[in-house]
Design a protein around this ligand. Structure first.
Ligand code: HEC
Ligand code: HEC
Length: 393
């Protein structure tokens, strides 16, 4: 295999960008593409355990794609319908924020697949945040939360967002006092927890309980997994195979959520530049974690753009970058001796995908989209005056 380097210096700060390249895979004819899909269908209508062997690097466990299980609820926050109902009301309630203007749903909007469609979100007082808002659906299955994994549970995550001065800037005492005085809430707390006390811990538990009910499973890919062979098109079946084999995606995007829950550097730390984000390193302070982010789950991915922790990419752009092996930062003079200079994951290799490959991969990813589900905020979560006006007959 021929390999060459395009040395592309992008910034004066002593950081160069280089890209290893491989020759592009030859473009198949339409007949060849159809024949390939027909052959793959025979293999992929079988249960996932019998699918063709994936291309995995040494040491990577084989976690196959598959249907989502039921969401696990922890012993200290067991599921009840009342608790989830309360959590849903709180999720939509702007009284949870210091300004009284921002709800969880402001940045995790059910109409936008529980994300916000922005490059990066705006927080308290329209403070621009640094990172892209991930969708909260299926977060019940993630071993750690946030792009850098800084929260270990959904309960901790709620407390972190409420307290963050750039996000909701909420004071525990204000929020609990406001909720205790809001018509309807004390009754909901009583149903959910046995008495009317409104505490920060109960707020976090109820919201987390609600989030654990946001479980997908209605995509066309799910229908295919359940045995509906015609649920995926030829392009999507080829894309599924490519995802698991030559495109190497299953090394990191695996299991029912299509995330290994681990941290990898895919070359987007912007080290030494304005958009620098050190990712996991900010939490662990380990040099190998500079620029590493938790593999995002890919369910609903067609609806949760823009992409990556900084929201700077569209889906086709992401795929073209993977095809090129992502970007490799090369230290210039300034960073030659810097022990923190980030290293891209060795699992990323130039793939040389052709046009049909890229289209097939994208088609497969979009088959993971769920049909939208329309949700109205519960009335109790709308402060008086914020209720939608009903037009008079
Ligand atoms: C101002 C916008 C904003 C608001 C309000 C907000 N979030 Fe987020 N949320 C984000 C951003 C941005 C991230 C990613 C931050 C990071 O990883 O550093 C995030 C991350 C998350 C995650 C982690 C998802 C994952 O894949 O790891 C969950 C869960 C979540 N938010 C739930 C909530 C809940 C519950 C609330 C209300 C209590 C809330 N958010 C309020 C913007 C917001
Ligand atoms: C070495 C592990 C690894 C491999 C291999 C890998 N990814 Fe990723 N992927 C990640 C990480 C980590 C991120 C987040 C990176 C960031 O934000 O800086 C990501 C982000 C993404 C995103 C953006 C999702 C979002 O919500 O923002 C998509 C889409 C994606 N990957 C698809 C793929 C596809 C398709 C392949 C195969 C061609 C692939 N990935 C291979 C680890 C990997």
């Amino acid at each position: 295999m021929r390999a060459w380097v395009i040395g592309l210096v992008v910034a004066a700060g002593g950081v160069g960008l280089a890209q290893d390249a491989v020759p592009q895979r030859p473009e198949p004819t339409a007949e060849q593409a159809t024949a390939c899909a027909t052959e793959l269908r025979v293999a992929y209508v079988k249960p996932p355990a019998e699918w063709p062997r994936p291309t995995l690097d040494a040491g990577v466990p084989h976690r196959e794609l598959g249907l989502l299980p039921d969401a696990p609820h922890p012993a200290d926050n067991p599921f009840s319908k009342d608790r989830a109902e309360l959590g849903k009301a709180l999720f939509f309630d702007p009284r949870l924020s210091g300004s009284g203007q921002i709800a969880c749903a402001s940045c995790h909007d059910p109409d936008l697949a529980w994300a916000d469609g922005r490059t990066t979100s705006f927080g308290h007082g329209r403070t621009p945040l640094k990172r892209n808002a991930p969708a909260v659906a299926n977060s019940a299955f993630l071993p750690v939360l946030f792009w850098d994994g800084r929260a270990a549970s959904l309960e901790d995550q709620v407390k972190a967002v409420l307290a963050n001065p750039d996000e909701m800037r909420a004071d525990d005492k204000d929020v609990t006092a406001r909720l205790a005085a809001a018509p309807g809430y004390p009754e909901l707390f009583e149903k959910a927890f046995g008495d009317r006390a409104v505490t920060p811990d109960r707020v976090a538990k109820a919201v987390a309980c609600f989030e654990r009910t946001l479980v997908g499973g209605r995509s066309r890919f799910d229908a295919f997994l359940k045995g509906r062979a015609d649920a995926l098109t030829d392009a999507e079946v080829r894309g599924l195979h490519l995802f698991r084999t030559d495109a190497r995606c299953l090394n990191c995007h695996n299991g029912p959520t299509l995330s290994d829950g681990r941290f990898h550097n895919v070359g987007l730390s912007y080290y030494g530049r304005e958009l620098e984000d050190l990712g996991r390193y900010r939490i662990t302070k380990r040099a190998e974690d500079v620029g590493a982010f938790r593999t995002p789950p890919l369910r609903d991915v067609g609806r949760t753009g823009p992409y990556m922790h900084n929201g700077l990419f569209e889906l086709d752009g992401v795929l073209r970058m993977y095809s090129a092996g992502m970007l490799t930062l090369r230290p210039g003079e300034k960073f030659k001796a810097d022990p923190l200079f980030p290293a891209k994951s060795v699992q990323l290799k130039p793939l040389g995908l052709n046009k049909l490959d890229l289209a097939d991969l994208e088609a497969f990813l979009r088959s993971l989209d769920e049909p939208p589900r329309r949700i109205r905020p519960p009335a109790v979560s709308l402060p008086a005056g914020a209720r939608p006006a009903l037009s008079k007959p």
